[in-house]
Design a protein around this ligand. Structure first.
Ligand SMILES: C[S@@+](CC[C@H](N)C(=O)[O-])C[C@H]1O[C@@H](n2cnc3c(N)ncnc32)[C@H](O)[C@@H]1O
Length: 1002
């Protein structure tokens, strides 16, 4: 290990400590300090070591913050506390770390403590270097040598740790380390591309030209990093099997030729045409060498992992965003199998093809013999669908000369994938699957291609002086292009669904124009359009997808529905309600679109619909037990209206929703409506803490000091005009407020309504027409801020009672209920006899929270301000009125009707909000303190356009919560849970928030 000279070490330490010192302690998070410590101190002192921060968004409990590695061995682990916090040796957490980790460093960025595990298993503090304890202001007085000692102790200790490095202990750890190397590689390649370094640029151009037309430079560097890392790991696995020496120069030789793209890319990236290093840059070679030695130092046991699983682990750690962007979520096998067997029965029963998808029948098309069943998975991932199809068909055809049949099957099998490693695995998995049925194929026979389904490359395939890589790219493109022209009759799969799709090629944008105007930019809609286009071209077939279900009833997707109804004769929708079959929090459905070719082009096809609710396991069981045609309870949807909904909301229901004799708009119920409070300077007049607010106002009134980035314009805050009060800043979040002339809106003095005893405010607005569930209604005791629901639509605020000034100008001289008495109240009275305004409000509040009503009318509820049906009889009224009353009471008081004492729900004693996360039913305020037994649905609860629980803690990050605030948060968790229990109890069973899920906030 090269140790830097002392002067350099000191100057590094000096710069680091100066940077740390400059940070704003209030706003800088522990992560900021950690990142600075890593980049500016450790990495500079030990340039050849890898310092790996625990990946962002992947906080695992019982895992330290940073790991230092060298050549596949871990030198030490580091756990950090907030800057300057005490470092007790014996907290529960530290004792756990000391027993788990052999070499452990514990720091608050001023003190560094070094622990070492002894032979008897105990952990000893072997060094405690503290700047403060060394006694001196660092480096100001060079003669004191304080700084010199401080740095050299640290350097010496780390160096001595390296004599006792710890080998990689699991394939998960290896995946994290490799992911880190991939990030380094990615960055290096990006720099090379920016600097126009020819070799890498050439490779980029080749990929763009022959395979992935829309590939950006960033995507290429990422692809490059993945190929290298995965290629090297894969090569190392094979070298181990062959008992061969593994070295960088010859690494690609270990990759079997079925993976020609991987093999030749690796070869080209590392060596020149003659197999020499001459063309590789030294910095790149250095990095690649370090990866090779990491792999060489990893034991055989650890290298024998399941590659598909390993890839997912790697991808999560390497690039979570990419996993999301490309929609890399894998379908459970029961769902895949259900789709396959259903497609099979549709082929035999509806398309009248004997033997269904097993058929080898041919027909003549444009003078050429073609198979009737040609299958494509256009987003194959690691090949889940194609593998299961082999299994399914084998189970039916194994007795019919399988070795001959399987060759034919291979010809009818096609799959596309965009991510190179997934593609490599799909090929591997498909070959393995065939092999398990007793037949062996080579890679050339596979029609699984690396290509962008939505953006075909369009090139002339003639070239001269080809390298292996160029040849394989050209060949891949050629074969994919041939496949694109085949008359595919079954398109099956699970396409990605990203709301704001990045796929914008002319090809797909032209196709999608058939869906007309509207918000149809989601990836899954593009894949649906692609599949529809393919089946339309073939003239018959089945499109079977599992997708987001928003197209069923979104008013903006009417054009999608109309186009599908014109293409297909029959559409079957199995809509999943309740707990999702994926680990993502979106509702999905399985659709089968059947085209027989017999329907007249402009006639609309039929839609059959069915919902399956319950738990994930119940849904999987449904899939195991049924095919699409074995369940006779599908309901035919009659589309009479122009909306052409695909779900069960029939025309009659839609009409009755809008019929003024049957329902009324919430807006008409309240004659008097105001806007929410807006201020020109929230940071000055609104705060989560009264002490901070008083300080801000004091600073401003006495010295004219304003918080950062705040202006007050022309309006001057006058001390005598303001008063301290509360504001309902967001749903579930009451804040301190300085109500003054500076508050610009509403112009009407809202405090006169607030001062009415027991009064409350009903806020609502138009929920945006996105995928969200209707939820924008809320009752609060305090007057709300205008962004109560966080979105951009203005809110309307209806006070329950209003204060009326009399004609003599006496303010607030009388109070009356704010309710429409000409039409709406008489209608209620005609059914119920006597009824109070409060009961009517409760009825409305109950209705607009009712899970069944929202599930059925969600999309229409969002068309405008929501409408509510008039009651039919007393029972009907009492049901919703009772629900609304309970909800109003808990929302008003922000206290659940029964609550657990705080000591029972709160674990830990550090109340400063730090790294916030949700893990295994606990909401963590920081690493050690958490609220326990919180259902995932509470943590993920959305009202309006935000997550209420998450936003509350996030907005208080960095603050030490008082016991009152802890009580408030505990109440919020309780109120949200009770709200869900009353309105959507199934959601409380939803599991979610795996360690690397959506659920870490920083
Ligand atoms: C939801 S996953 C499905 C994977 C697999 N079919 C399954 O269900 O297990 C979607 C896959 O589509 C791939 N993908 C995304 N955009 C693509 C595109 N434009 N062309 C081809 N594949 C794409 C992703 O990389 C990902 O592997």
């Amino acid at each position: 290990m090269a140790i830097l000279n002392k002067e350099l070490q000191i100057s590094i330490a000096k710069d680091f400590l100066a940077k740390i010192d400059k940070k704003d302690k209030k706003t800088s998070s522990e992560e900021d300090y950690l990142a600075t410590c890593k980049e500016e101190f450790l990495q500079k002192l030990f340039p050849e070591y890898d310092f790996i921060l625990q990946p962002k968004g992947c906080i695992e409990k019982d895992k330290v913050d940073l790991q230092c590695n060298h050549n596949g061995k871990t030198i030490f682990y580091l756990e950090a506390k907030s800057y300057g916090d005490p470092l007790p040796d014996d907290t529960e957490q530290l004792l756990r770390y000391r027993s788990n980790y052999k070499n452990l460093v514990y720091t608050n960025f001023d003190t560094f403590k070094f622990y070492k595990k002894q032979k008897d298993g105990s952990s000893l503090l072997i060094l405690n270097v503290s700047l403060k304890e060394l006694g001196g202001v660092l480096f100001e007085d060079e003669s004191s040598k304080t700084g010199v000692k401080f740095v050299s102790y640290i350097v010496d200790q780390i160096a001595s740790y390296s004599d006792d490095a710890i080998p990689i202990g699991s394939s998960k750890e290896l995946a994290i380390l490799l992911a880190n190397k991939a990030k380094e590689l990615d960055e290096l390649i990006q720099v090379k591309i920016e600097n126009n370094q020819s070799k890498v640029i050439d490779e980029y151009e080749l990929f763009k030209k022959y395979l992935l037309t829309d590939l950006s430079k960033e995507e290429f560097s990422s692809l490059y990093a993945q190929i290298i890392i995965y290629g090297l790991s894969y090569a190392r696995i094979h070298a181990l099997k062959e008992n061969a020496t593994f070295e960088l120069k010859t690494a690609s030789e270990h990759i079997p030729s079925i993976h020609y793209l991987l093999k030749f890319f690796l070869k080209t990236a590392i060596t020149d045409n003659l197999g020499e290093f001459s063309s590789i840059d030294s910095d790149l070679q250095l990095l690649l060498d370090s990866i090779v030695s990491m792999l060489n130092n990893t034991s055989k046991d650890i290298m024998s992992f399941d590659t598909t699983h390993f890839y997912e682990e790697f991808l999560v750690n390497y690039n979570r965003q990419m996993r999301k962007d490309k929609g890399v979520w894998y379908t459970p096998e029961d769902v895949v199998d259900y789709m396959i067997k259903s497609a099979d029965v549709l082929f035999s029963d509806r398309l009248k093809i004997n033997d269904g998808i097993c058929s080898t029948d041919t027909y003549i098309r444009n003078g050429v013999k073609e198979y009737k069943v040609q299958i494509l998975d256009p987003a194959t991932g690691t090949g889940n669908y194609i593998r299961r199809i082999v299994k399914y068909i084998h189970s039916k055809m194994k007795d019919y000369n399988w070795s001959l049949y399987s060759k034919n099957l291979l010809d009818r099998f096609n799959a596309f994938e965009l991510m190179i490693i997934a593609y490599t695995l799909a090929r591997l998995n498909l070959l393995d699957e065939f092999e398990s049925t007793g037949v062996k194929f080579d890679g050339d026979s596979l029609n699984v291609f690396l290509t962008d389904t939505l953006s075909p490359a369009n090139t002339q395939n003639s070239f001269l002086g080809a390298t292996h890589l160029l040849q394989s790219l050209v060949e891949e493109n050629k074969q994919a292009t041939i496949t694109r022209k085949k008359p595919i009759s079954l398109v099956i799969g699970n396409p990605p669904y990203l709301g704001a799709s990045t796929n914008k090629s002319d090809f797909i944008m032209n196709l999608i124009s058939a869906y007309g105007k509207g918000k149809v930019n989601d990836d899954y809609i593009k894949f649906m359009r692609y599949g529809q286009h393919i089946i339309d071209n073939t003239g018959f077939g089945v499109l079977a997808y599992i997708t987001n279900n928003s197209f069923l009833m979104s008013p903006t997707m009417r054009g999608v529905r109309e186009s599908l109804l014109k293409s297909f004769d029959e559409i079957y929708i199995l809509n999943f309600k309740g707990e999702n079959v994926f680990d993502i929090y979106k509702t999905v459905c399985i659709s089968f679109f059947v085209k027989t070719g017999k329907k007249k082009p402009n006639d609309l096809g039929k839609v059959f619909y069915k919902e399956v609710g319950g738990t994930r396991e119940e849904k999987l069981e449904y899939c195991r037990e049924h095919t699409i045609l074995s369940d006779s309870s599908f309901v035919e949807i009659k589309h009479i209206s122009k909306e052409l909904f695909f779900n069960v909301l029939t025309e009659d229901q839609f009409k009755s929703y809008n019929d003024p004799s049957l329902s009324f708009s919430i807006s008409d119920l309240f004659p008097h409506k105001l806007g929410g409070i807006t201020t020109s300077c929230d940071d000055l007049v609104i705060s989560t803490s009264k002490v901070d607010l008083q300080k801000n106002i004091g600073d401003y009134l006495t010295n004219g000091i304003l918080p950062k980035n705040t202006t007050v314009g022309n309006r001057r805050l006058k001390a005598h005009l303001g008063k301290y009060s509360k504001i309902q800043y967001r749903c579930y979040d009451v804040r301190e407020y300085y109500d003054s002339s500076l508050t610009s809106s509403p112009m009407e003095n809202n405090s006169k309504h607030s001062s009415i005893d027991g009064n409350f405010f009903i806020s609502f607005n138009k929920t945006p027409q996105e995928e969200s569930v209707f939820s924008n209604i809320y009752i609060s005791k305090e007057y709300p801020e205008h962004k109560l629901f966080k979105g951009s639509n203005p809110i309307l605020v209806a006070p329950y009672q209003i204060s009326i000034d009399d004609p003599m100008g006496i303010i607030g001289s009388s109070v009356r209920d704010n309710i429409e008495t000409l039409t709406i109240v008489p209608r209620f009275k005609s059914v119920l006899g006597d009824v109070s305004s409060l009961e009517i409000i409760d009825y409305v509040y109950g209705y607009l929270h009712d899970g069944d009503y929202i599930a059925q009318y969600n999309e229409v509820l969002k068309l405008d301000l929501p409408r509510v049906p008039y009651p039919i009889d007393k029972d009907h009224f009492n049901k919703y009125c009772g629900l609304g009353k309970k909800l109003r009471e808990i929302h008003y008081s922000l206290e659940p009707s029964s609550k657990e004492p705080i000591h029972k729900v709160l674990v830990g004693s550090d109340f400063k909000v730090g790294r916030i996360s949700y893990s295994k039913g606990n909401v963590y305020l920081n690493e050690t303190t958490y609220f326990k037994d919180v259902p995932y649905a509470v943590w993920a609860y959305r009202i309006g356009e935000f997550n209420a629980v998450q936003a509350w803690v996030k907005d208080r990050r960095g603050r030490l919560l008082s016991s009152d605030e802890l009580g408030v948060f505990s109440n919020i968790l309780g109120v949200v849970k009770e709200t869900l229990l009353l309105t959507d109890p199934d959601s409380l069973n939803i599991k979610g928030g795996d360690e690397c899920g959506e659920d870490t906030l920083f």
